[in-house]
Write a protein that binds this ligand. Structure first.
Ligand code: FES
Ligand SMILES: [Fe+2]
Length: 370
């Protein structure tokens, strides 16, 4: 385990407690990336999609968790079920994309599985002596939900999703984040040339907001005394009130934030999922940061709104979030180029404003070490 010892020497826990960051090479190194896939993503709850896209028996979605292709579906008993989406014949992915199927038929040689993962037909298998369809069943993957969101876990040993969420659902409910009052209206995915951890860390602090997000900072209060940071075992969040402008001094805003929701709520669930509520009408946004290589991340966004949001306001709020996202993309890609240079081996956090990054990096260090 030479790699581990060397790796952990780099992530010196005492230095991190004082505010020093993880080493820069953890953001570019292939070996670290492989360890993260194995020890973080293949052991934690990963976002799969929305319950609303898995309504009828046979509705399915596919994705990858770490290195493991999975399929999540609604079975004939009406329950959500997940399987390792790898054919037991010669390992092709059985199904691809998303949609509706009553039988999961592999696109390579047409082995077919039912919605419980059991092999029900394999062309020409009747010509083989001793071949029993009943000997083959796709491996189960755990599936759980949080509100309208479906998560899966490819580890049989990981604690339940509720344990990973901890106090977060109660805190969000107390802030009037009501999943039953919103419906999914827009979904986007875009690629960012940065390590997934840089993307999470950028979400975890608003020290950069007054500098880099002018429109956001006109809507939300971003001063350090107003911006409240909290964390639990596997979650963290920031909340902040609407910015109050002196009479007659209010600049033009990207949208009218007056509504039933009177503050910004930015919650993070280890290791790479976030749920956000902007001030204004009923709205919930989920952002999922999927690693696609040491220096590439796909950002998946789901935008949900309540009936109190007019189409015009929805457009303005989505555009506002897309603009902030574009500002963040420039920042995280700039950080990636700096990390890649290796000229600053570790950064220094300002813990009053950036302690949620320290919380996140400690979880990374802990997960990679064990
Ligand atoms: S690999 Fe799936 S049927 Fe051959
Ligand atoms: Fe940002």
């Amino acid at each position: 385990m030479a790699l581990d010892e060397q790796t952990l020497d780099g992530a010196d826990g005492r230095a991190m407690a004082q505010g020093w960051t993880l080493p820069a090479d953890w953001y570019v190194d292939e070996g670290i990336y492989r360890l993260e896939q194995e020890r973080i993503f293949e052991r934690s709850w990963q976002y799969v999609g929305q319950v609303s896209s898995l309504k009828e028996p046979g509705d399915y979605v596919t994705t990858e968790i770490g290195r493991v292709p999975i399929v999540v579906l609604r079975n004939n008993e009406g329950s959500l079920a997940g399987f390792v989406n790898v054919c037991l014949h010669r390992c092709a992915e059985v199904v691809q994309g998303s949609g509706h199927r009553n039988v999961l038929q592999c696109h390579y040689h047409a082995w077919a599985y039912d919605l419980d993962g059991k092999l029900i037909s394999a062309p020409r298998s009747d010509r083989e002596e001793g071949f029993e369809l009943g000997d083959f069943c796709m491996e189960r993957v755990r599936v759980e939900t949080f509100g309208p969101f479906v998560f899966a876990n490819v580890s049989s040993e990981a604690p339940p999703l509720a344990e990973q969420l901890g106090e977060l659902p109660a805190l969000l409910a107390a802030d009037d984040m009501d999943f039953s009052a919103v419906r999914s209206l827009e979904h986007t995915e875009w690629e960012v040339n940065a390590n997934w951890k840089i993307v999470v860390e950028n979400f975890d602090e608003c020290y950069h907001c007054p500098v880099a997000h002018p429109s956001f900072s006109r809507v939300m209060e971003v001063s350090p005394d107003a911006y409240v940071l909290e964390s639990g075992r596997y979650w963290s969040r920031a909340t902040t009130p609407l910015r109050v402008w002196p009479e007659g001094r209010q600049p033009s805003l990207p949208y009218d934030p007056a509504g039933v929701i009177d503050k910004g709520n930015f919650a993070f669930l280890w290791p790479n999922w976030t749920v956000v509520q902007n001030p204004g009408p009923r709205n919930v946004m989920a952002f999922y940061f999927v690693p696609k290589g040491p220096e590439k991340t796909v950002v998946v966004s789901d935008y949900m709104f309540g009936d109190d949001a007019s189409p015009e306001l929805i457009r303005q709020i989505v555009d506002f979030n897309v603009a902030v996202g574009a500002e963040d993309q420039r920042l995280v890609e700039s950080v990636q180029r700096g990390m890649r240079s290796g000229r600053v081996p570790r950064g220094r956090l300002l813990l009053d404003s950036e302690r949620l990054i320290q919380h996140f990096q400690s979880l990374v260090r802990e997960a990679v070490a064990t």
